[in-house]
Write a protein of this length. Structure first.
Ligand code: GLC
Ligand code: MG
Length: 589
């Protein structure tokens, strides 16, 4: 096949020339972020240098060579800022300093410089929807009068009812319970209410206020000046609220509860103006003629459908958005076919790269999730009293899913530990749980165990205390028994291990620029398989990626098997296995 069309630098322009061409090739010299594989580090849980049981920045820096060897392009660090840690650092008390649990600003600078020296880009997490209630702005707001400039940085309202003792409207918190809390006036009498879409200790910031906008501009510059290559933007769809604050009946977990019915706190049109403003700031840091110097924004926006999400990555807004539709897809070829097609259609329409993601710190790890029969919106945390998912099935599917994901053009995100096939901790005793979701929903009909099970410290070495996470046996969350056999030192260099699989996939993907390839559905695609080709821009290399979701093994066409997510059965692809097969040159599909 030689039909792949080039786009101009960074943009896809030419129309597809094959009926089943889903996505044309990207320009070979487009900037780094269009096909980057970005590894998410959850700082608390990756590497602990001082033995206090909490991961830290010096611990991360010491292990960065592992990521170079894994073959990723960049790291994204979940928040490391000063925080009371009521939401694991997504409650920031000072955006310009590091929490002492994680280290110092100097440690952050060393981390950034070390990563760069190893050829790794660094993204940090920006949390602009809310601050911590311990932020100096919120303290000042509480000390000030209603109607004061200090209060106007947040969303304070008088209560409803004759005595103002009912919340201003019926908005809920994403973490359960109501979305408003009442505070005393400075003289101690019951006063106004403030909005918190998440925990009570995460007051929402008022983005209608220009002082707020200027402050976050400055925070962006603070980190850009320290050399970060970009930001993952937390709750990017939440910053602007419908200023009429209407009551709403929809679920807080979806932005659009019915076609055309958008929730008043999510995905409001006004958010886009903020991202245009930020894009202009980031672009100031680009060195002319050097696409490698480009700094990026990635939206965490739980927005549907794909078209609405693509509005965040229009040419003058963000660079990437997490593809949660893909993450939410159940183990089913029709679902994947649909989401892949729609993702390219909507992102290509705005010239943005599509990203792919299967796990992060907010969802069940995919080595567990893909073995769970999913009912409803998203499977939640799993506890010892729940039915236990089959770990072998989960791992087999997770390996197949990742092998499929890394054959797709665009960018990809990998969550720490998935390269080891780590499962969710599904038997964690409740007394360890820290997620505010667990505490806020306990004893209510919204009850959910929360996200601690995917945040457990990494397993580096089977026979070390804390599995090599740190020099002591301490870990802030307990590691499940299954982690020992999956530790890095058990998989390193072992053919067939999940770690070896990830390294092989990433190396091949990088070498042959899969992220820039053209994607077409293949004739082997059927109700029980998913089969597509990734063809290099110059048309010289076509790789078939086939996943078998059915019960019977599937035969392959002529070609060389490059990588397989598990053993083949006499040359055929067994159930829940993905294969990459290089098709002979000149193969016209
Ligand atoms: C994002 C984060 C999540 C956090 C929430 C509130 O969804 O990924 O971990 O709890 O925002 O900041
Ligand atoms: Mg530590």
């Amino acid at each position: 096949m030689t039909c792949a069309a080039y786009g101009k630098v960074g943009r896809v322009t030419d129309a597809p020339t094959l009926p089943d061409l889903v996505h044309p090739a990207d320009s070979p010299d487009s900037p780094w972020w269009r096909d980057a594989v970005i590894y998410q580090i959850y700082p608390r849980s990756w590497s602990d240098s001082d033995g206090d049981g909490i991961g830290d920045l010096p611990g991360i820096t010491a292990r960065l060579p592992y990521l170079r060897d894994l073959g990723v392009d960049a790291v994204w660090l979940s928040p490391f800022y000063v925080s009371p840690m009521n939401d694991a650092g997504y409650d920031v008390a000072d955006y310009r300093d590091i929490d002492p649990r994680f280290g110092t600003l100097h440690d952050a600078e060393v981390l950034i410089d070390t990563a760069h020296a190893l050829g790794l880009k660094v993204l940090v997490d920006l949390v602009p929807n809310h601050t911590s209630s311990e932020h100096e702005w919120f303290r000042a707001a509480l000390a000030a009068e209603p109607g004061s400039p200090e209060r106007d940085r947040y969303i304070f309202r008088d209560g409803a009812g004759p005595h103002g003792d009912l919340p201003p409207n019926n908005w809920r918190s994403v973490f359960g319970g109501r979305g408003w809390s009442r505070v005393p006036d400075p003289d101690g009498t019951p006063g106004q209410w403030y909005l918190h879409i998440f925990d009570t200790t995460q007051p929402d910031v008022n983005w209608e206020n220009e002082e707020v906008r200027a402050e976050y501009d400055d925070i962006l510059r603070f980190w850009l000046d320290r050399g970060v290559d970009g930001f993952r933007v937390d709750v990017a769809h939440g910053l602007v609220k419908d200023q009429t604050f209407p009551d709403t009946t929809g679920s807080m977990h979806t932005a659009e509860n019915a076609p055309g019915h958008r929730m008043p706190m999510w995905d409001q049109d006004g958010v886009h103006e903020i991202y245009r403003r930020w894009r202009r700031i980031l672009d100031e840091y680009t060195v002319p003629g050097d696409p490698d110097s480009e700094r990026i924004l990635c939206a965490e926006a739980w927005v549907q459908p794909e078209e609405a999400l693509a509005r965040y990555v229009r040419p003058d807004e963000m660079h990437q958005a997490f593809n949660f539709e893909f993450l939410d897809t159940r183990w089913d070829p029709a679902g994947y076919r649909h989401v892949i097609t729609e993702s390219y259609r909507s992102n290509d329409a705005v010239g943005a790269p599509t990203t792919w993601v299967l796990s992060n710190h907010d969802v069940l790890r995919h080595a567990t999730r893909l073995a769970v029969v999913q009912e409803g919106y998203r499977p939640n945390g799993i506890g010892a009293d729940d039915p236990q998912p089959d770990p072998e099935l989960g791992l087999r599917r997770a390996r197949a899913a990742t092998t499929m994901m890394l054959a797709l053009p665009g960018g990809a995100y990998v969550y720490q530990g998935e390269e080891l096939g780590l499962p969710e901790h599904t038997t964690m005793p409740d007394e360890w749980r820290q997620d505010p979701i667990f505490h806020r929903t306990k004893g209510t009909d919204e009850f959910a165990l929360g996200r601690d099970g995917c945040r457990v410290p990494m397993a580096w070495a089977k026979d070390e205390p804390s599995l090599g996470f740190g020099p002591s046996a301490k870990t802030w969350l307990p590691q499940p028994e299954a982690y020992a056999a999956l530790a890095v030192d058990q998989q390193d260099g072992v053919p067939g291990s999940t770690l070896s699989l990830y390294r092989d996939l990433l190396a091949y993907r990088r070498k042959h620029r899969f992220g820039h390839g053209a994607l077409a559905w293949h004739e082997l695609d059927g109700p029980e398989t998913l089969a597509f080709t990734n063809t290099s821009g110059d048309g010289t290399r076509t790789v078939l990626c086939l996943t078998n979701f059915g019960d019977e093994p599937v035969s392959l066409p002529d070609g060389d098997v490059i990588i397989s997510s598990g053993p083949l059965d006499d040359g055929r692809v067994p159930t829940d296995i993905t294969v990459w097969l290089r098709l002979p040159t000149g193969h016209d599909r």
